[in-house]
Design a protein around this ligand. Structure first.
Ligand SMILES: C[S@@+](CC[C@H](N)C(=O)[O-])C[C@H]1O[C@@H](n2cnc3c(N)ncnc32)[C@H](O)[C@@H]1O
Length: 271
């Protein structure tokens, strides 16, 4: 399997991996993911040679990854027997970054083609299972042990699913486990409605299929689910502290427009 053989939404894993690779080259990185840089270099040795090749404008994706990591570490510190469902994992190296104890069972899920690619670049580890499946096929959940706390992470995934699929996923996970944390990110309705004209998505032949103006309201889908909080993104202190000056300036300007400031929302739920 080659990266060039990925189709549509599967191709969106590359720009986020590239952002993490470039972050690692900052003097004081946000995520500091050396493995992401190695994988990106093997995938595309000249990834930083082209026009805007070293632009750090994608750092906001790194801030998103850091927010998900921080929440995940917090949950795992209190739930050493957790099962982690890392959905739409792409080539993200979260399991190595977080390095959970052996009492945690971690599942990385993405389409079979992505998992095949992943296995060429990222080594196996104990208590780590990869599942090649669409997240919308309910059969994958049967392969995961029940009766333990669950941590579900869906980073950069939900907008590519339809609302009924997101609802089935969330309610299915809540029904399957006694307790847990669900962390995901969403885009607003306007971003979903205009996504077919979005130049970045067009480049990858992908489109958003849902959007939420009030992602906290997803908690209403299940009586046991409650909204906890939201993590800052384009106005986050870590971005403003660590991004190069030109990137900080660009984000400060974008943050003046509330629609752009909240164009991705990272939210956390518990049950
Ligand atoms: C923007 S990438 C994010 C990858 C990874 N979470 C990260 O942040 O680096 C979106 C990922 O979601 C995956 N994806 C989209 N729809 C999916 C589905 N129905 N089932 C499984 N994976 C899906 C894509 O293949 C891709 O790897």
């Amino acid at each position: 399997m080659k990266e060039s053989e990925l189709v549509g939404v599967q191709k969106t894993l590359t720009p986020v991996l590239k952002a993490k690779a470039l972050d690692n080259r900052l003097p004081d990185p946000i995520l500091g993911d050396e493995r992401a840089e190695e994988v990106m270099r093997r995938l595309d040795p000249g990834y930083d040679q082209r026009r805007f090749g070293t632009s750090q404008m994608g750092l906001v994706a790194v801030v998103r990854a850091k927010a998900h990591d921080d929440w995940a570490r917090g949950f795992l510190a209190d739930h050493l027997d957790a099962v982690v469902l890392h959905l739409g994992c792409g080539l993200d190296t979260r399991v190595y970054r977080i390095d959970p104890p052996a009492t945690v069972d971690w599942y990385d899920l993405d389409y079979p083609a992505v998992i095949e690619l992943r296995q060429q670049f990222l080594p196996p580890r104990e208590h780590h299972t990869v599942i090649g499946s669409s997240v919308t096929d309910p059969a994958w959940l049967e392969r995961v042990p029940r009766g333990r706390p669950v941590l579900m992470i869906a980073e950069g995934l939900v907008p590519y699913l339809t609302e009924p699929d997101v609802r089935r996923l969330l309610t299915g996970v809540v029904d399957a486990f006694p307790t847990g944390q669900i962390q995901l990110d969403t885009v607003p309705v306007w971003a979903w409605r205009t996504s077919k004209w979005d130049p970045t998505l067009r480049k990858y032949d992908a489109r958003f299929h849902c959007g939420f103006d009030d992602p906290a309201a997803l908690a209403q889908w299940h009586p046991r689910l409650r909204y906890v909080d939201e993590a800052p993104l384009s106005d986050s202190p870590i971005l403003m502290a660590k991004a190069p000056a030109n990137v900080r300036r660009a984000y400060r300007l974008m943050n003046l427009l509330p629609g752009l400031k909240r164009s991705t929302r990272i939210v956390r739920f518990r049950f």
